[in-house]
Design a protein around this ligand. Structure first.
Ligand code: NAD
Length: 479
């Protein structure tokens, strides 16, 4: 018996959760339910997180969380409970299977059967944003080695467990050589540990185009957070409907399972909503807690129900569908099909066994790290790159450094910039130690002090490092 925290959520949440629980319990799921309240009521009672402290205790104690969609009230100040839950509980892996059910649910991609595995915690979603000048804002993209290793290993272990043949990686490492470059590098390293599984890497733009055009040429796709957020919705939609997809959010200790759609408030309380998305989430949960036989039984009964043409309004189509049903009737139809299998759609067969068990991340020995320069970012208006260079060069002698480059939004504008390049008020001045000298933190503070004397508004610094003798910072574009 596994204890599961359940939140029935808002809008259509309670109806689809009741239907889902009824189906999986009828199939023999060995779960004990502990219910908590999250969402709209909690938000409107003045808790901006949408969840009470005691509910966190329940979630952390039980470790497995099945969550119906919730309504985030309009207006500022309310934090998304999904994002908070993922981060607080370290749910680093978002797993979203997207499979078409041709010819029973309309799709242009009858052969599609892919699983998107999205890194769930870092990338641009670290939420570290600043306005730095009148004209320029920034968002930090953080990609870590532990983050990459965990998600990539999860993708390969998932492929192994579920008999998938290929893992594809999407990044934009031709542009972001440090961040996406690390993701790609780790992918190559870990792929080598799984010779029985094919692997490939695509640049995200052409990869995404190919996925939207011929999704049947992919199997498991692993990618950083932002790309995964966007492409997992594209994949669910082109498979047939976002209303049919569920997702798992997996961490080292806890896991959360849900539908990918929202609370559809306009459909609430009318016994109309399709419980399939949440049911798919519950099937992922059953697999995760090792109840694979129950998961298989429910999935095959659900496929048979879809194939029988017993459809809720959202996928009902005259001609293909046979019977339009409400939420509870759909659940009854799935229950009646338990033990059965689809005849045309491919029945599933999950490997017997337990949840994916991944080794804990092993911290690597530190590299040799050497400070080799500094980028000083400045807020500056009203003069040309050459003039700014003249001002900043006044720092060179006293600090024993050399101004090597100025960029604006990443493009080199000094030396030898183009007058056509549009410049904002946000500049990066790169200093390297003068010949025969070394740079240290005290010298960097000296540079800032001198800049201040010159009435230059410094907004931040970024240290330039070599790791094990290799430069680990980007050149200026055009440098
Ligand atoms: P939505 O997914 O709730 O609805 C989009 C459309 O799909 C609507 O037409 C709706 O009627 C339909 N739909 C969705 N699920 C359905 C189902 N199971 N059966 C039949 N039809 C279904 O998206 P929205 O309208 O943008 O958002 C509504 C609320 O849900 C918002 O408050 C939003 O913040 C919240 N939301 C929550 C989650 C979550 O908790 N994971 C995710 C997305 C949105």
């Amino acid at each position: 018996m596994t204890k599961v925290t359940v939140a029935k959520g808002d809008g259509i949440g309670p109806e689809i959760m009741d239907a889902t629980l009824k189906i999986i319990l009828a199939a023999g799921a060995k779960i004990e339910i502990e219910e908590i309240e999250v969402g709209e009521k909690v938000y409107l009672a003045g808790n901006t997180a949408g969840i009470a402290r005691e509910s966190w205790d329940v979630i952390r104690r039980n470790k497995i969380f099945l969550k119906a969609p919730i309504t985030t009230p309009q207006g500022g100040g309310y934090k998304s409970l999904n994002v908070t839950t993922r981060k607080f509980l370290g749910l680093y892996s978002n797993v979203r299977p997207c499979m078409s059910m041709h010819p029973f649910v309309k799709t242009k991609h009858p052969e599609m059967d892919i699983v998107i595995i999205r890194e769930n915690e870092e990338d641009l979603y670290a939420g570290i944003e600043h306005q730095q000048t009148d004209e320029v804002t920034q968002c930090l993209k953080l990609i870590s080695r532990p983050g990459c290793e965990k998600i990539v290993r999860y993708a390969f272990e998932y492929a192994k467990q579920y008999g998938r043949k290929k893992v594809t990686c999407f990044t934009k490492d031709n542009i972001m050589k440090q961040t996406d470059g690390l993701f790609h590098k780790v992918f190559d390293e870990i792929a080598a540990e799984y010779p029985e599984i094919q692997n490939e890497h695509w640049i995200i733009d052409i990869g995404a185009a190919k996925m939207a055009d011929t999704p049947e040429s992919f199997d498991v796709i692993v990618m950083p957070n932002l790309y995964g957020d966007i492409l997992s919705d594209v994949a669910a939609q082109i498979a047939g409907s976002v209303g049919l997809a569920g997702s798992a959010n997996i961490g080292e200790q806890c896991a959360m399972f849900e539908a990918i759609h929202g609370s559809a408030p306009r459909r609430a309380g009318q016994n109309m909503a399709n419980p399939s998305g949440l049911l798919q989430g519950a099937i992922l949960m059953l697999n995760h807690i090792g109840q694979t036989e129950v998961a298989e039984k429910v999935q095959n009964a659900w496929l048979k129900t879809i194939e029988d043409g017993v459809h809720t309004y959202d996928i009902f189509k005259e001609g293909t569908s046979k019977q339009k049903v409400g939420t509870s009737e759909f659940a009854e139809a799935v229950i009646a099909n338990l033990g059965g299998k689809p005849g045309i759609l491919k029945p599933v067969s999950y490997a017997k066994g337990s949840a994916l068990k991944l080794p804990k991340y092993q911290r690597k020995a530190p590299s040799k790290k050497e400070l080799v320069g500094v980028d000083i970012f400045v807020h500056h208006t009203g003069s040309s790159p050459d003039n700014l260079a003249k001002i900043m060069q006044q720092i060179e002698e006293v600090c024993e450094v050399k101004l090597t480059m100025i960029t604006n939004r990443g493009i080199k504008v000094w030396p030898e910039g183009f007058e056509e390049t549009f410049c904002t008020d946000h500049w990066r001045c790169r200093f390297k130690p003068a010949d025969g000298h070394i740079l240290d933190k005290i010298l960097i503070s000296q540079i800032l002090y001198q800049a201040d004397n010159l009435k230059i508004d410094t907004i931040k610094t970024e240290n330039l490092y070599d790791f094990d003798g290799k430069p680990c910072y980007a050149l200026g574009q055009g440098q």
